[in-house]
Design a protein around this ligand. Structure first.
Ligand SMILES: [Zn+2]
Length: 121
C-alpha cells in the first residue's frame, strides 16, 4: 500500500493498517473529536508526532491545498463558465475554502506525515 492509500483512507503511513485520525469523516473528526489524531499506530506502534510541534509543518501543506482549490475554482469559473463578477467569484472561492477547511486540515496532516515516513511494503 502506498502513500496515496494512506492519505485517502486515513491509514498509518508505515504499515497502512492502523488509523491516523480518530474518525474517517473530516467534519466529524474536527467537531466531535476536537480535531485530534491518534498518538500512535494501533498496529505497528509508530509514534505519529515525530517531534514536538511536528504537525505545525502541515500548515504549509494546508496553504498549498487552499491555493490549489482556489485556483481550480477560478480556472473553471473563468474558462468554462466565463464568469467575470470578481466580487461573487471572491465570495465563492472564500466560501469554498471555508466549507472545505475540515477536509483541508484532515488531508494536510496525512500528507505532511507521509512526506516524512516511508511505508514498509
Ligand atoms: Zn502502523
Amino acid at each position: 500500500m502506498g502513500k496515496l492509500y494512506s492519505i485517502l483512507f486515513n491509514k498509518c503511513p508505515k504499515c497502512s493498517k492502523g488509523s491516523f485520525w480518530k474518525s474517517n469523516n473530516p467534519y466529524y473528526n474536527l467537531f466531535f473529536k476536537a480535531g485530534e489524531n491518534h498518538s500512535k499506530c494501533s498496529n505497528c506502534e509508530l509514534k505519529f508526532e515525530i517531534e514536538p510541534g511536528f504537525f505545525y509543518g502541515a500548515m504549509f501543506v494546508s496553504y498549498g491545498l487552499g491555493i490549489g482549490l482556489g485556483s481550480i475554482i477560478l480556472i473553471i469559473a473563468l474558462a468554462v463558465f466565463q464568469f467575470k463578477n470578481i466580487v461573487a467569484l471572491t465570495a465563492i472561492i472564500g466560501l469554498s475554502i471555508l466549507i472545505l477547511s475540515p477536509v483541508n486540515y484532515y488531508l494536510s496532516r496525512l500528507i505532511w506525515l507521509n512526506a516524512f515516513i516511508d511505508s514498509k511494503n
